[in-house]
Design a binder for this molecule. Structure first.
Ligand SMILES: Nc1ncnc2c1ncn2[C@@H]1O[C@H](COP(=O)(O)OP(=O)(O)O)[C@@H](O)[C@H]1O
Ligand SMILES: [Mg+2]
Length: 342
């Protein structure tokens, strides 16, 4: 399978209400075969409800959804055979070893003993867990657990994989490990529907994005389009000499490199903020500053947070997230600051 115009997942007018709560309130989305669709939304937006409907775990109240051409309501059994699911909470049995977990799932999926054994070995190797194969999963680190979870979802050789907040609550290094695995699977032709609360995760992995809030799609499109809407990244620069802040801002704004918004000096922070829309622009801005002889103490880029995306799209602040286990992740931290120089 390669990237194509064929939709692996098609959702039209999907509705699921729980009493007064409109968990899904008429959702439309497509996932093109061989691509990653990021479903971005705050806690309570309806992401897990969507994944559960698309996994046939719950029945929608209205609307239609097909996966690989199979209807979620009329062809649940065929549909289940084409999908893999990795949730926010690892579904592995802690008392069993990594190998036993995979073997057991293989047997549940009707593989013969020999096949289940082979598949367990193969997937442990693939997800770099061979050394830990015999250890109880309860002793695995967070990253190993998530890799075992991914391996488990791959046993049935799914054509479409759902990743429901696969890195919520993980530390940045483990998060990167999971991202690498996901990229590798996509490189091999997997179609992925990924839900996330993190703009950065969507940017790292998704080809297209659907932003949902309170069961409704509030924006969708290519990641670059949505980023352009919210102004892409922001460059923060701290000059070695704070007295030069204004001059630096003026230099950049006058150069025309910063677009209409210009550079903003924030004297209280001793920093300058520059909206960045492309890597070329970033390089040019940094180049100009050093060419003009400005000393730089610190420089970093900052992605728009989910809150900023919401603000840009809806003109409203994102709804506060409910406290609970789901918000155990670094709340409101879709914003990251990656240092690119010191
Ligand atoms: N089984 C359920 N019973 C009642 N309300 C539910 C149930 N599942 C989800 N909800 C509600 O539906 C909304 C969407 O939940 P969910 O799909 O879990 O959101 P997300 O995964 O985006 O955080 C929330 O308000 C949640 O409280
Ligand atoms: Mg959820």
């Amino acid at each position: 399978m390669t990237r194509s115009d064929i939709n692996a997942v098609e959702v039209r007018g999907l509705v699921k209400h729980y009493g007064e709560t409109k968990a899904l309130d008429g959702v439309d989305l497509d996932v093109r075969q061989g691509t990653v669709l990021g479903v971005l939304g705050p806690n309570g937006a309806g992401k897990t409800t969507l994944v559960r409907c698309l996994s046939t775990l719950i029945a929608p109240d209205a609307g239609t959804a097909t996966v690989a051409g199979y209807d979620v309501v009329r062809q649940p059994r065929q549909l289940r055979r084409t999908i893999g699911l990795t949730g926010q909470y690892a579904s592995v049995d802690e008392k069993l070893s990594g190998w036993e977990n995979l073997y057991m799932i293989g047997r549940l999926l009707d593989l013969s003993r020999a096949e289940a054994r082979r598949r367990a070995d193969e997937l442990l190797e693939r997800f770099s867990l061979t050394d830990a194969a015999k250890k109880p999963a309860g002793q695995y680190s967070g990253g190993m657990r998530r890799r075992l979870d991914l391996a488990a979802s791959m046993i049935g050789r799914p054509a479409v994989l759902y990743l429901d907040e696969p890195t919520t609550g993980l530390d940045p290094r483990t998060r990167n490990e999971v991202w690498d695995e996901v990229r590798r699977m996509v490189g091999e032709g997997m179609t992925v529907l990924l839900t996330t609360q993190y703009m950065e995760e969507a940017e790292q992995l998704a080809h297209e994005l659907t932003v949902i809030d309170r069961g409704r799609v509030i924006a969708s499109g290519a990641v670059d389009e949505l980023k352009a809407k919210v102004g892409g990244r922001t460059l923060q620069v701290r000059p070695s000499d704070p007295a030069l802040l204004d001059e630096m801002a003026r230099t950049l704004t006058e150069s025309g490199l910063t677009g209409l918004a210009g550079a903003t000096a924030v004297p209280a922070e001793g920093q300058l903020y520059v909206p960045i829309l492309s890597d070329e622009q970033l390089t040019a801005v940094v180049g100009l500053l050093s060419e003009r002889g400005f000393g730089i103490a610190h420089i970093g880029t900052h992605l728009p947070s989910l809150d900023e995306v919401f603000l840009a799209i809806t003109g409203q602040k994102a709804p506060a997230t409910e406290p609970g286990p789901e918000s155990a992740g670094p709340a409101g931290s879709a914003t990251t600051s990656e240092e690119i120089a010191a």
